[in-house]
Design a binder for this molecule. Structure first.
Ligand SMILES: [Zn+2]
Length: 277
């Protein structure tokens, strides 16, 4: 018996992190969130799609579940195929099923995932790759009414062009995907836009900081505080002003592009010259 509000369903570690919000940790790979409203439930992201997610969500809520994606990366949207109603920004749609995602690539993704030191799941070697259905359009300012609570979609272009955060201002919660995390923000590869668009959109979000206290990120520690948002803005501003003193890092496991890492306060941004402005 513990008092951590943590349980394990189908290998997912599930924690009640706020009122009617479950963080679903997908085997140390990523974090999804299930928000239960009075009339329906919103599942933010579907992870790498390696577990039985729909059935897991059904054990947490008896409300109908729809999906809203923070972005299209394969560790956040691959489980979309399990659900009938999925919202994803059209700019990221190709990423949920990228052209390079062959059966062979999927197998190597699973093998790499199993080798990750943070991985807590089982053997993925027999996991099947499923075809995705076309998602519904997710756009800036869209509102999702769950009955007794509502989320507004806010675009944060940077990590990917179509990255979105979801704000529940009544309950003072922001679900941020990979745009605000306690680990490095990656803006250095073919998926990313630029530090400039990222900084501009973070400032747009910061202008509304009175509407939220907690930030629920797409990886690692959760929840995190607003200091991450302000430090990320300061970090991005240094890069844009040419005042950053970055370190060259090895991100060759993710991309062949150069990766420069710059830290300011709690924030780290990984970027390169092609993705500044
Ligand atoms: Zn991502």
């Amino acid at each position: 018996m513990d008092n951590l509000n943590i349980r394990n369903i189908n290998g997912y570690t599930i924690q009640l992190v706020a009122d009617h919000i479950y963080a679903i940790d997908e085997y140390g790979i990523d974090i999804m969130y299930l928000v239960e409203g009075s009339s329906r439930a919103m599942l933010v992201d579907t992870g790498a799609g390696v577990g039985p997610l729909k059935e897991t969500a059904a054990q947490l809520t008896d409300r109908p579940v729809f999906v809203a994606n923070t972005h299209g990366h394969i560790d956040h949207a691959t489980g979309n195929h399990e659900f009938d109603e999925v919202y994803l920004n059209p700019e990221d749609q190709w990423m949920q099923e990228p052209p390079y995602m062959t059966e062979e690539h999927w197998k190597s993704f699973c093998a790499k995932t199993m080798q990750d030191p943070f991985y807590t799941g089982g053997d993925l070697s027999g996991k099947t790759l499923h075809a995705q259905k076309p998602p519904k359009k997710l756009t800036e300012g869209m509102r999702f009414d769950l009955g007794d609570r509502e989320f507004e979609a806010i675009g944060i272009s940077g990590h990917t062009p179509g990255s979105m955060a979801f704000l529940d201002s009544r309950n003072r919660i922001l679900i941020a995907g990979d745009s605000i995390v306690s680990t490095p923000i990656l803006i250095f590869d073919a998926y990313s836009t630029s530090v400039r668009t990222y900084c501009d959109d973070l400032k747009k979000l910061a202008a509304r900081e009175a509407e939220f206290d907690l930030i629920l990120p797409g990886h690692f520690l959760r929840p995190i505080g607003k200091k991450y948002l302000f430090d990320l803005i300061a970090c991005a501003e240094d890069i844009l002003a040419g005042q950053a003193t970055p370190k060259r890092e090895d991100f060759s496991h993710m991309s062949s592009e150069e990766a420069l890492s710059y830290r300011k306060g709690l924030a780290t941004i990984v970027y390169n010259e092609k993705h500044i402005g």
